[in-house]
Design a protein around this ligand. Sequence first.
Ligand code: T4K
Length: 389
Amino acid sequence: MIDTVKQCVRIKQNVEPFPAPIYVTRPVFPKIEEVTAKLEDIWRAQWLTNNGPQHHKLEEELTEYLKVPYLSLFNNGTIALMVACQSLRLTGDVITTPFTFAATPHVLSWNNIRPIFCDIDPVTMNINADQIEFMITPQTTAILAVHVFGTPCDVEKIQAVADKYGLRVVYDAAHAFGVEVDGKGIGTFGDISMMSFHATKLYHTVEGGALMHKDKHLKERIDLLKNFGIKNEEEVVMPGINGKLNEVQAAIGRIMLGYMAEEREKRIALGKIYDEELGDVPGITLMPKVEDNIRLNHQYYVIRIDETKFGRSRDYVYDHFKEYNVFTRKYFHPLCSEFTCYRQLSSAAPEKLPVAVKVGREVLSMPMYGGLTEDDARKICGILKSFRN
Ligand code: T4K
């Protein structure tokens, strides 16, 4: 019976499911010959990890590419963010957003820090900079903000609050590779910014990440912390961790830099199709627009679905897309404040986070990757529009 209904719906729309699954993203794969050539370099050098030549060169190349004073590579973004908190000696409470990936508050917990959830802005979906001040207590040591989906936070307002109360600012810039504000790399804001180089990101090193900062001494401390605190063969000066990126992944990262411009252009073109096709659909809010002084990376394309105006809920759309072999994602639902490990916190009460709760119910990440054709994107939009009630 259910199959018959599904078939009728498809016949009505005259749209066949995609022959192969369409995922929210697909990693950019460099040409295998380029990887083989780099592997031969590594084999010749007989150096696999622990700050080898590929690592050294990638740090230099990314420092320039991302327009930051200092950068330290890591084996993933989560460990990088843990080290960021350690390097600034954060304790007590840190104000953060509930609308993010699990790693953001988990990193605080792993540092024995209590996350304090602050509501988000209804347009950018980033932490609401106007509300941070009201959440500060004597226990607050920092603000951990996320440039969610690559849209920059209100960096000026956040810095002003931090300066007024003597707080540190850490940015989770996991989504913000190559984003710039007024020509400045996004990693130049706050005390430290973290980027993720996971396979699902615009730029990747398979797994990987980086911390970006402005202070030479902080770089020395971070580099010690990511290598067990080992200063030399005789001295271990702090309780560090293993956060090192290996040579194979660093080499892939060097190759991947050459793919970024084209991948970004392809995603810009896909974003325009989503804008065109979905712009006039009642109940659909498009990816937030930004001022001209901001260079985005177009990594994600996220819409919001208002059930009362669209006639179907986000969950309906997410479920029914699967019948067409389209696998969207509900980034970021559930909210971190709804996780069993955080929902007992007083800042996690849903009535204190009304915007985040609404956005979490409405948000849907659409397929977005260079390998998606423009026809695919139009077909996906057609399917979405056909769900309207
Ligand atoms: N902060 C924020 C704000 C973050 O978003 C993240 C990570 C972090 C911190 C932590 O950074 P890392 O420690 O990860 O460096 C993915 C990623 O694993 C995660 O890195 C990312 N955020 C998060 C938003 O997305 P999942 O569990 O949704 O990934 P997964 O495996 O379901 O992959 C998504 C889709 O991508 C799949 O449906 C198919 C496609 N895919 C994936 C992989 C891994 C492929 O086609 N091939 C692949 O190899 O978390």
